[in-house]
Design a protein around this ligand. Structure first.
Ligand SMILES: Cc1cc2nc3c(=O)[nH]c(=O)nc-3n(C[C@H](O)[C@H](O)[C@H](O)COP(=O)(O)OP(=O)(O)OC[C@H]3O[C@@H](n4cnc5c(N)ncnc54)[C@H](O)[C@@H]3O)c2cc1C
Length: 381
């Protein structure tokens, strides 16, 4: 199998590289260790994304009439790869352009699109994703945060957990229970984070400051027009959103760049001669390529206009495997990287350690592949 890029795609990648070289501060690699959701990185991401937007590089894959350039999914992939190699300077805004914007485009009312899409395509919005709850992570359909209609308002009570960016976000993409039906009883509300009745509490994290939070809702009221789609439509909508989310995070590109950096450090100091080390590096490199190919297979489907199914879980699982292997290689052969000697490698480690859990646990992807892709029989209960 041989991939070639078109001249336009190659030129686009070069343009991005030049933009990153011109725009990122000199101490970016060290600075980025504050953590992907830290206040300092989030503030930086705001100016970085606004600069991307001014160059038409923030949402090039969106249609022209909603602030994009109408470029295809391969351009989105190239954009995401280059951003990840650089350590994802878009911060939390990667979610907006990958899946929140496209979800609003597909399911939002005209009023919701007019309100939320321009700030996203201008690089001014920060969203958080209120899905997981204590006891409802992998088993998301068991969530209990309740929204009850009172006149033309929803009254929300409950708790979310592990919510990234909640401390600084302007809007929450919130999943609530509106009836007892496990999946068809869940509804999406688009909630401004300054609504009275919301309390955000930070959870200390290894990944850096401000990364994850608990979010409490006490008689919080939002107008019924804050609902995305119909009551009970959340499961269908988030299946669409999560497939976009999984595809839009090409972490394999950062893993590969970190591996190449680690190998070059080892070569430079004469430590890359042992065959066992070289084999380990080759295996890790092969995993990064496997993840890239699994992702490209799905981008190909999307570029051909086919609906992406649960096979995006294969790409995500392959990506988790390569990230873990590269992180293990670095910890084993360059342990000093974790003590600030090599900020780029430490940044990969910070992002890699949560890879198999954030955005859905790796084991759950295997369950999805077994049941929905391979159609393996389930064990009788
Ligand atoms: C850094 C980080 C950021 C996050 N950001 C967000 C966010 O912004 N918004 C949000 O809503 N959530 C967020 N999450 C939460 C994340 O989606 C959940 O942690 C994840 O879905 C797992 O749920 P859980 O923590 O409840 O673990 P559990 O579901 O309890 O799983 C614990 C372990 O059991 C395994 N397991 C559970 N069920 C099965 C099964 N059926 N078969 C096989 N194995 C199983 C899992 O694979 C996992 O290894 C974030 C998590 C992290 C680590």
């Amino acid at each position: 199998m041989q991939f070639t890029w078109t001249k336009d795609e190659e030129a686009f990648r070069e343009r991005l590289k030049a933009f990153l070289a011109d725009t990122l501060p000199e101490d970016w690699e060290r600075f980025s260790q504050h953590g992907p959701a830290s206040p300092s990185l989030t503030r930086y991401a705001e100016s970085f994304c606004a600069a991307l937007a001014r160059e038409d590089l923030l949402t090039p894959h969106w249609d022209k009439d909603i602030g994009g350039q109408g470029l295809g999914p391969w351009f989105q992939t190239i954009l995401a790869e280059e951003m990840w190699i650089a350590g994802e300077p878009r911060g939390g805004q990667y979610m907006n352009v990958n899946w929140i914007g496209p979800t609003l485009i597909t399911y939002g009312t005209e009023q919701q699109q007019q309100r939320y899409l321009p700030p996203i395509s201008e690089g001014k919005a920060l969203w958080c994703q209120g899905f997981s709850e204590p006891g409802s992570g992998s088993d998301l359909a068991s969530l209990r945060t309740r929204a009850e209609l009172d006149g033309n308002e929803y009254v929300v009570n409950g708790q979310k957990i592990w919510t990234s960016y909640a401390g600084l976000a302007d809007t929450c993409f919130l999943l609530c229970r509106t009836s007892d039906d496990r999946k068809r009883g869940i509804t999406i509300l688009l909630v401004p984070m300054d609504t009275p009745g919301i309390t955000v509490r930070q959870i200390p994290s290894l990944i850096g400051e401000g990364d994850i939070h608990e979010v409490f809702f006490d008689d919080m009221r939002v107008p019924a027009t804050a609902r995305l789609g119909e009551e009970g439509q959340a499961w269908e909508i988030i299946a669409y959103s999560l497939r976009n989310e999984r595809l839009g995070i090409p972490r394999y590109s950062l893993a590969r760049a970190a591996l190449d950096r680690a190998v070059s450090i080892l070569q430079h100091r004469g430590d890359f001669t042992r065959e066992a080390v070289r084999i380990e590096a080759a295996e890790a490199a092969a995993l990064t390529e496997a993840a890239r190919m699994a992702s490209y297979a799905i981008v190909t489907r999307r570029a051909e206009g086919q609906v992406i199914g649960q096979e995006s879980s294969s790409a995500r699982f392959a990506t988790v495997m390569c990230e873990r292997r590269v992180a293990e290689f670095i910890v084993e052969h360059l342990p000093e990287a974790l003590a600030d000697d090599h900020p780029y490698l430490k940044m990969h480690h910070q992002r890699g350690i949560v890879a198999g859990i954030a955005a859905g646990a790796a084991e759950i992807q295997l369950n999805i592949i077994a049941s929905d892709v391979l159609e393996l029989p389930r064990e009788p209960r």
